[in-house]
Ligand binder design. Structure first.
Ligand SMILES: Nc1nc2c(ncn2[C@@H]2O[C@H](COP(=O)(O)OP(=O)(O)OP(=O)(O)O)[C@@H](O)[C@H]2O)c(=O)[nH]1
Ligand SMILES: [Mg+2]
Length: 324
């Protein structure tokens, strides 16, 4: 057993970019220990420098493979890149991106790259909170680019990808004849569209379909138009173009009110997720201590779940005014 190092003592090491300290603090954020919260508050105030890129798309669209290639590309441009993958089936933990161990080892041995998988299950509703706290930790640790990969299924996952400065939606050929992103309601969240697997002969069709669909949308005259970039993680085609499109979006956002609005939207999401967490915690504690009578009458069918739950909440609210 190693001795417990308080999170406050990990902070200077995190700020110095110490990978072991970063990993430990992220794990504590995931576990949501009370001890880590004050340090996370401090970190939040210091963060805000990194460019955060959200990548989402339906399962199997090639997100992780693309992230691996994009990371190598950004490294060649001198960026320090951290990846947070919220994805139980992510190949990162399996040790192979592209089934290419050499390339993966190159990435993991590079001190300018940090890849972290986070479980989407298990964290009781706190996934979004924990993921965005991980982004803050990586930001203050000196990574100038932080990529969050989430599968584009489920509201929280899509919201997390949206809680970034540049959101990329990945579509792929061969996953059905419709644009999957449309079905999943993802199209409108994209700042950049990547059509992956363009080494396949059916990829052109996906690009054409996607462009046609986007042309139908209505947008303000001065609005950013999300470009469609065809990429292949296998051949490397389009990876530079994707990095350029991300950069163009970052530059377009930078001087404008849009960035402030975006930051506020992300902060609003953050506020909601953190408040949900705190409320849930309070409610759980309260329920454990005070719900016995209500459970008994519910079991006896003297009341119904909605009336009972409302009473529970009303009592909690009342107690806040009276108890210390
Ligand atoms: N032909 C081709 N196949 C690819 C390419 N990129 C990924 N694939 C394949 O597509 C499959 C899914 O790739 P992943 O990168 O795991 O996709 P993902 O979107 O991260 O998948 P989930 O994390 O499960 O949602 C794998 O079998 C890859 O080998 C590509 O550029 N070309
Ligand atoms: Mg993946």
């Amino acid at each position: 057993m190693t001795n417990f190092v308080p999170s406050a003592q990990l902070l200077p090491r995190v700020l110095a970019g110490d990978i072991a300290a970063i990993a430990r603090l992220i794990s504590r954020a995931e576990a949501d220990t009370p001890e880590v919260r004050t340090v996370l508050c401090d970190i939040y105030r210091r963060a805000g420098r990194a460019h955060v890129i959200g990548i989402t798309g339906v399962p199997g669209s090639g997100k992780s493979t693309l992230v691996g290639k994009l990371t190598s590309c950004l490294r060649r441009h001198g960026r320090r890149v951290a990846v947070v993958a919220i994805d139980p089936s992510s190949p990162y933990s399996g040790g192979a991106i592209l089934g290419d161990r050499v390339r993966m080892t190159e990435l993991t041995l590079d001190p300018g790259v940090y890849i972290r998988s986070m479980a989407s299950r298990g964290a009781t509703g706190g996934m979004a909170r924990a993921a965005l706290e991980a982004v803050d930790i990586l930001d203050v640790a000196g990574f100038d680019t932080v990529i969050i990969e989430t599968v584009g299924v489920g509201q929280d996952e899509v919201e997390i990808a949206k809680a970034s400065h540049t959101t990329i939606v990945v579509s792929a050929p061969g996953l059905g004849d419709e644009i999957q992103a449309l079905k999943a309601g993802l199209l409108e969240v994209a700042d950049v569209h990547a059509v992956s697997k363009c080494d396949r002969s059916d990829a052109n069709r996906t690009v054409t379909d996607l462009k046609q669909m986007l042309a139908l949308g209505v947008r303000a005259a001065d609005a950013w138009i999300a470009p469609v970039v065809a990429t292949s993680a296998y051949s490397g085609d389009g990876i530079d173009a994707l990095a350029s499109a991300i950069d163009a979006h970052r530059r377009a956002l930078a001087p404008s009110e849009a960035l402030a609005a975006r930051r506020e939207r992300i902060a609003g999401f953050r506020l909601l997720k953190t408040a949900e967490n705190l409320l849930l915690e309070e409610l759980r504690g309260w329920t454990a201590r005070h719900a016995a009578g209500l459970s008994a009458s519910l079991a006896a069918r003297e009341t119904d779940p909605y009336t009972g739950a409302q009473q529970l909440i009303d009592r909690l609210t009342e107690s806040r005014g009276t108890s210390p």
